[in-house]
Ligand binder design. Structure first.
Ligand SMILES: *[C@@H]1O[C@H](CO)[C@@H](O)[C@H](O)[C@H]1NC(C)=O
Ligand SMILES: *[C@@H]1O[C@H](CO)[C@@H](O)[C@H](O)[C@H]1NC(C)=O
Ligand SMILES: *[C@@H]1O[C@H](CO)[C@@H](O)[C@H](O)[C@H]1NC(C)=O
Ligand SMILES: *[C@@H]1O[C@H](CO)[C@@H](O)[C@H](O)[C@H]1NC(C)=O
Ligand SMILES: *[C@@H]1O[C@H](CO)[C@@H](O)[C@H](O)[C@H]1NC(C)=O
Length: 513
């Protein structure tokens, strides 16, 4: 017996939507493999060009133009390209539709995201050239399949600038760019496959001024100690405050793998103190240092893997902070300086503040403000990145398809939540803050954000992580391109399944208010 309201909903939706087009999964997969053989090679070449350009946020002019030209040169296929979309000079919108006779007035629409910005100094160390490849290839494969099976459907691809810096998708969301898509898809290369939620993130920049250079460095390190000491004491779920950047000059989102700290003091004491700090935590085992003298004092040059700002791995900055903590306690007369420039009297520190749920963020921010207030003269906050929740249907579909013989890869669904990207703004997820389990209540638009591995070892072991310089090499390696082609076929398959079947689309959108 079907409840009356459910029956009505079925009748209403079948009146609006076209009937489902039945497609055998094996047939669709074979079609996509064949179509990709033609469609993938030119997009791979385009992705390699974007990698070589490595244009940073808001300056990705040639990269955006390459993506626009790709579709403009195929205008005969029906692509309509808008450059500078939504007043974003490096944003773009690409629309396409198939409207056979009898199509509903509003076509089911798949939204696809393409990013292409790089990082200052380390190029495509986050692999956004592969995100562009995935987005363009998904759009092209979906078009081919929609025509082949004659499905009434539309495609909207949005080229989104500035993921790394101030969040281009936020401005595009506010301008209405994502209203048309029924669901949105992207895929992000990283070290291992995972469907995972993403925590909220808000970056604070502290300006620290001193009476002179030594005083400024002293206060900056005091602030860093205060931030490190917040560990385990912050409100909310899985909340952290991580100083991510260099002391002195910082580049947004770039993991610093080298930190230099100058100490006016005895070299033997400094040497034994850093050794003691290093031995205090096993997580420093991959961090190394050299010690030398310059005309001002003792120079510690500390290097190590950074870990992403989302991972909380202990890197070079953390060891310099622990060394400062011990020295400033035991040797109160020692002074500190930046070996690169002993005249600066203002330093900017950036603190990445994160919590599992967006609703906890203001409490966490207040705790960071309270702890660092004695040291800064100004604090400013970047735009908040909202948490991104897993839409169960879409996440499960990725895991299921990868598990099939044709793909044969494990794609786990996990609860570990790395730091959000600006895609959370498209989804605008709402979680029930009053429920102990933080039930996922609704979302503005479902977003599929699959993190897929491009490391030779499927576990990710031995590979650099996103935002560490050497990750850029993985993002331009043959394996990275191959894994992206595979990911694009999986997302295209899911997109076609949803466009062909209103019932599946309804399941994928079930959490939308
Ligand atoms: C494979 O793709 C080629 C080129 O796009 C096309 O001509 C051919 O019909 C396709 N074959 C199948 C079995 O879909
Ligand atoms: C630092 O200490 C190590 C032993 O822990 C020693 O081998 C090294 O020579 C010392 N370096 C300096 C510059 O004192
Ligand atoms: C040191 O920093 C100050 C202030 O930012 C700057 O004016 C000066 O040019 C820098 N000196 C060197 C040698 O980099
Ligand atoms: C799937 O991959 C595993 C190793 O990852 C291999 O042992 C197995 O034979 C593969 N199965 C198929 C059907 O390809
Ligand atoms: C992959 O990583 C796992 C876990 O660290 C390790 O046991 C395994 O030997 C690695 N495999 C290769 C091929 O490096």
């Amino acid at each position: 017996m079907v409840a009356r309201s459910a029956l009505l909903a079925v009748l209403v939706s079948s009146a609006r939507a076209a009937a489902a087009v039945t497609i055998a999964e094996a047939d669709l997969q074979a079609f996509l493999v064949n179509a990709s053989a033609t469609l993938y090679p030119p997009v791979k070449t385009l992705s390699q060009k974007i990698w070589n350009l490595h244009e940073i946020s808001l300056m990705e002019v040639q990269s955006a133009a390459l993506v626009a030209s790709h579709f403009e040169s195929r205008a005969s296929e029906g692509w309509k390209v808008t450059r500078d979309a939504y007043n974003q000079p490096t944003g773009l919108e690409v629309d396409w539709e198939n409207r056979p006779a009898g199509s509903p007035a509003t076509l089911p629409t798949i939204g696809i995201l393409a990013e292409y910005d790089a990082l200052v100094g380390v190029g495509h160390a986050c692999g956004h050239n592969l995100i562009a490849l995935n987005g363009i290839l998904v759009a092209s494969l979906v078009r081919a399949a929609v025509l082949h099976y004659n499905i009434p459907a539309a495609i909207r691809l949005i080229g989104t600038p500035d993921e790394e810096f101030t969040g281009g998708k936020i401005r595009m969301y506010q301008a209405g760019a994502f209203k048309k898509g029924d669901i949105w898809m992207l895929a992000h290369p990283t070290v291992a496959n995972a469907i995972q939620p993403m925590g909220a993130r808000h970056t604070a920049v502290l300006a620290i001024t001193g009476t002179d250079h030594y005083n400024a460095i002293f206060k900056a390190y005091q602030a860093l100690v205060a931030v490190v000491d917040l560990s385990g004491k912050l409100p909310g779920t899985a909340s952290v405050a991580v100083p991510t950047e260099n002391v002195g000059a910082y580049e947004s989102n770039v993991v610093q793998t080298e930190i230099k700290l100058g100490v006016v003091g005895d070299i033997a004491v400094v040497n034994s103190t850093i050794a003691q700090a290093w031995a205090s935590k096993a997580a420093f085992s991959a961090v190394a240092w050299t010690i030398s003298k310059d005309s001002t004092g003792v120079v510690l040059d500390i290097t190590g893997p950074g870990g992403h700002s989302s991972e909380g791995t202990l890197g070079a900055l953390a060891l310099s902070v622990e060394t400062f903590r011990l020295l400033s306690t035991n040797q109160p007369t020692y002074k500190y300086y930046l070996p690169s420039n002993t005249t600066v009297t203002e330093l900017d520190l950036s603190i990445s503040v994160r919590s599992r749920y967006t609703s906890d963020m203001s409490a966490v921010e207040n705790a960071v403000i309270a702890a660092t207030k004695p040291y800064y003269t100004r604090i400013s906050w970047d735009t908040i990145m909202l948490a991104l929740e897993v839409t169960p249907y879409l996440g499960q579909r990725v895991a299921t398809i990868y598990g099939e013989a044709a793909f044969n890869e494990s794609f786990p669904i996990t609860n570990s939540a790395p730091a959000a990207t600006d895609a959370g703004w498209i989804q605008q997820p709402v979680v029930d803050a009053n429920s102990a389990a933080h039930t996922f209540l609704s979302e503005s638009v479902p977003v599929l954000h699959a993190n897929y591995g491009i490391c030779p070892n499927a576990t990710g072991a031995g590979c650099p992580f996103n935002h560490e310089g050497p990750f850029a090499t993985l993002a331009n390696a043959e394996l990275g391109y191959q894994k992206t082609e595979k990911m694009a076929r999986v997302e295209a398959q899911i997109a076609v399944e949803l466009l062909a079947d209103p019932a599946k689309m309804a399941q994928a959108r079930a959490l939308v208010k």
